[in-house]
Ligand binder design. Structure first.
Ligand SMILES: Nc1ncnc2c1ncn2[C@@H]1O[C@H](COP(=O)(O)OP(=O)(O)OP(=O)(O)O)[C@@H](O)[C@H]1O
Ligand SMILES: [Mg+2]
Length: 221
């Protein structure tokens, strides 16, 4: 049986994961601050928008104007890209918001979603149980839809978890890790690793990458 996969939009990455992300997968994009998580996930949406897919970017950290301005310095005109940008504070991401998002995806036939990021969600719940329950509900409802989702998660420096709450990595279908590998020649190297990709015979190596204006994430060969 052939399964449908969504191209990642990152040149060279599709072939490392059997052709792309499974169409209804929820993937965690995890990494330290400044590792390129926002650029990576916008590149994924750009790839979809270029194929005329409906795509949605939700930021919990920046307002729409500042995202547009930031990306225009990078050479990406998001206003003309067809990517729908939404900004919401994490306290808006309450229980009923999951249903609103699901309705938006279903009615708008949205094919790709990015939530950048899920790290702050935890701040609005008093206890671990509520955070886990919320994330579980969000992720499992997204998996039931005809949409590919990237959840951006800041990796706490020096910790062994891929997300602040430590639960998203287990519930999601895949984990992509963007990290600093240290510096050899005075400049630090960045590396991308596929830590998990369910139902996929994925590559296991660390792939050096650069962040390049206009191009985005560029994997070394
Ligand atoms: N014009 C540019 N040319 C090359 N590299 C750039 C340019 N603009 C930004 N960068 C690189 O991209 C990094 C930021 O990428 P991005 O915002 O995607 O990271 P992030 O992981 O989302 O960070 P955060 O933790 O702040 O959310 C910068 O730290 C810088 O190294
Ligand atoms: Mg970011």
């Amino acid at each position: 049986m052939t399964v449908e996969r969504a191209s990642t939009g990152i040149k060279g990455l599709d072939k490392l994961i059997n052709g792309g992300f499974l169409q209804n997968a929820v993937l965690l994009v995890s990494g330290n601050t400044g590792s390129g998580k926002t650029i990576f996930s916008m590149q994924f949406l750009k790839g979809g928008a270029e194929k005329k897919e409906k795509v949605l970017y939700i930021s919990t950290e920046e307002n729409v104007k500042s995202i547009e301005n930031g990306f225009s310095t990078f050479g990406w005109d998001l206003k003309k890209s067809g990517i729908e940008l939404l900004s919401m504070s994490p306290d808006q991401l309450e229980e009923d918001w999951v249903s609103l998002l699901n309705t938006k995806i279903d009615k708008g036939k949205v094919k790709r979603v990015v939530i950048d990021s899920i790290s702050l969600i935890g701040l609005y719940y008093r206890d671990e149980y509520s955070i886990r329950r919320y994330l579980y509900r969000l992720i499992s409802s997204l998996k039931q839809r005809n949409v590919t989702t990237l959840l951006v998660s800041e990796m706490p420096e020096g910790e062994k978890k891929f997300s602040r709450n430590g639960v998203a990595e287990f519930v999601s279908d895949g984990v992509l890790l963007l990290e600093h590998l240290g510096s050899g020649s005075g400049r630090f190297q960045r590396g991308l690793t596929i830590r998990k990709m369910r139902w996929t015979d994925h590559d296991q190596d660390i792939h050096p990458y650069k962040i390049v204006e206009r191009k985005g994430i560029v994997l070394s060969k």
